[in-house]
Design a protein around this ligand. Structure first.
Ligand SMILES: Cc1cc2nc3c(=O)[nH]c(=O)nc-3n(C[C@H](O)[C@H](O)[C@H](O)COP(=O)(O)OP(=O)(O)OC[C@H]3O[C@@H](n4cnc5c(N)ncnc54)[C@H](O)[C@@H]3O)c2cc1C
Length: 473
């Protein structure tokens, strides 16, 4: 039993300092709790230290390179310092990686300062439950500390999945956490896995001027995304020179000197200088003492939670990748906040995945929100659909944007917008009006009546909404 805490602020202990953990800590501190965050690998978690922030910083350089590749069409050419024409721009991957790691470290430090300002105590070490109301920490500096808790939030995240037949060596066979140690650009990079992470890295490294082979076990890239969007992306990747091996399942990855070989299950082999494994993630839920508290896991090892982030154990909540609900930093943060609002008695709305907007940071980007085509085609919800290619948009023409589209889904009859897809440059920014429409149940007419700037890409969203208008019958 923990020491009773009558009349004192609630004691919240958060295990894991990623977005699931630190955003919850800020809410709990705001609501007057005494908050401790236990973190083993750096505040900000994988999101800031190894995954989201580093990859999007790398992709910022890739985006610049993609923009530059369109320069000739817009009348711009490059010269070397002697005035001779130069046809390509080079990337210094070492400098890019150093920028990436500095930016990630700075952001982690920012989070630390913010938590300190809000009065949150941060304990460096590996935490595990001892029952439902006590967390025991193996301190990084040595020794252990036991922290009493009125509520515990587990936000321990996930790690890259590896296979015994494809062990990363950190030099040429790499997980996404290890790519920033590269000081020289790979001469030929094989990316295994064509989900979001594999597609993002493959697209980015190709934009950086590296030869890329993408090994995809499915018949097209991004099997979880809108099929039309994935087709546009795959066409663009191939047109820009990527070799995409579809229906090709990796059996093993081996290294001999400077060469890696990916062997496929049908016996074919692919050679390259480096291999990046993007095989998905596994939850970090082992050795957390979950059994001592009665926290139930699902068959994949993820913590089972309800829509207010409660686990099966009273007073123990979980948020983020360790729950496997939807592996996004934004969802982790919201699950963490919801847990604290719930525990500390504030107004709380259960998590609604149909309101989550997400983006694949490839070139072009693919942003989605709400109901999607697959569910509509499967008859899960009736909807009217419109697809408008960006090629017809005046701003797109001016900017030399040829690929991409806007799709809107609305309820038949009412015209209420229930979802959408944007494929194009900076789709992550363009999807926001659709997110607002979905969150606020706006109709296509309301969307269409709002002014858009002329010329603008967002004009295509308003135009798509106009196309779904039904006149008086
Ligand atoms: C390459 C890549 C790119 C991504 N890009 C995006 C993106 O652009 N946008 C987006 O929304 N999402 C993105 N994601 C997903 C996002 O990174 C995760 O959803 C997010 O990190 C989950 O947050 P979390 O708090 O659950 O876990 P994490 O961020 O993994 O943080 C968990 C923290 O807890 C620590 N920890 C684990 N066990 C313990 C323990 N026992 N004691 C103490 N500390 C512990 C971990 O070391 C870690 O620091 C990306 C993922 C990958 C792989």
């Amino acid at each position: 039993m923990s020491t009773p805490n009558f009349g004192q602020p609630d004691r919240v202990v958060i295990v894991g300092g990623g977005p699931g953990g630190y955003e919850a800590a800020l809410v709990a501190a705001q609501l007057g709790a005494t908050v401790t965050v236990v973190d083993s690998d750096g505040l900000g978690g994988s999101a800031v230290v190894t995954d989201c922030v580093p990859s999007k910083t790398l992709i910022a350089t890739a985006e610049l390179m993609t923009d530059l590749s369109g320069a000739p069409e817009l009348g711009v050419s490059f010269e070397d310092h002697e005035g001779d024409s130069a046809d390509h721009v080079v990337v210094d991957l070492d400098r890019v990686n150093r920028r990436v790691m500095k930016l990630a470290a700075d952001q982690s430090a920012d989070i630390g300062r913010r938590l300190e300002r809000e009065g949150v105590r941060v304990v460096r070490g590996f935490g595990r439950l001892d029952g439902t109301d006590r967390v025991v920490v193996e301190l990084t500096e040595g020794g252990t500390e036991t922290i009493e808790a009125d509520a515990v939030l587990l936000a321990t995240g996930a790690a890259p999945r590896t296979l015994p037949t494809a062990e990363p060596d950190g030099e040429r066979i790499l997980t996404w956490e290890q790519v920033y140690d590269l000081t020289e650009a790979p001469s030929r990079l094989i990316v295994v896995g064509s989900g979001v992470t594999g597609a993002e890295f493959a697209s980015a490294y190709m934009s950086l001027g590296i030869e890329v082979v993408l090994v995809s076990s499915r018949d097209r890239v991004l099997p979880g995304e809108d099929a039309d969007a994935a087709t546009v992306l795959e066409d663009v990747l191939k047109r820009r020179g990527m070799e995409v091996l579809s229906k090709s399942r990796m059996e093993s990855v081996t290294r001999a000197g400077d060469e890696v070989t990916v062997t496929l299950t049908d016996g074919r082999t692919v050679q390259g200088s480096h291999c990046l494994l993007a095989l998905g993630s596994v939850p970090k839920t082992a050795e957390l003492g979950l059994e001592t508290a009665g926290v139930v896991l699902d068959e994949g090892g993820f913590v089972r939670v309800d829509r207010v982030s409660r686990t099966s154990a009273r007073g123990v909540y979980a948020a983020g990748d360790c729950t496997g609900v939807l592996m996004l930093a934004s969802v982790a943060a919201m699950q963490g906040r919801i847990a604290m609002w719930h525990f500390l008695g504030d107004a709380v709305t259960p998590l609604d995945l149909k309101q989550v907007s997400s983006n694949v940071f490839t070139a072009p980007e693919i942003a989605t929100v709400g109901w999607q085509q697959k569910a509509i085609d499967a008859g899960e919800i009736p909807a009217e659909t419109v697809r408008l290619d960006l090629a017809g948009n005046p701003r797109a023409k001016m900017q030399g944007v040829h690929d991409g589209f806007v799709k809107l889904f609305c309820r038949p009859g009412t015209g209420i917008i229930i979802g959408g897809v944007v494929v194009g440059p900076r789709a992550s920014e363009l999807v926001h009006p659709i997110s607002i429409a979905v969150a606020e149940s706006l109709t296509v007419d309301q969307m269409a009546h709002a002014f858009t700037v002329y010329p603008s890409m967002s004009g295509s969203i308003a135009e798509a909404a106009r196309r779904l208008h039904h006149g008086p019958t």
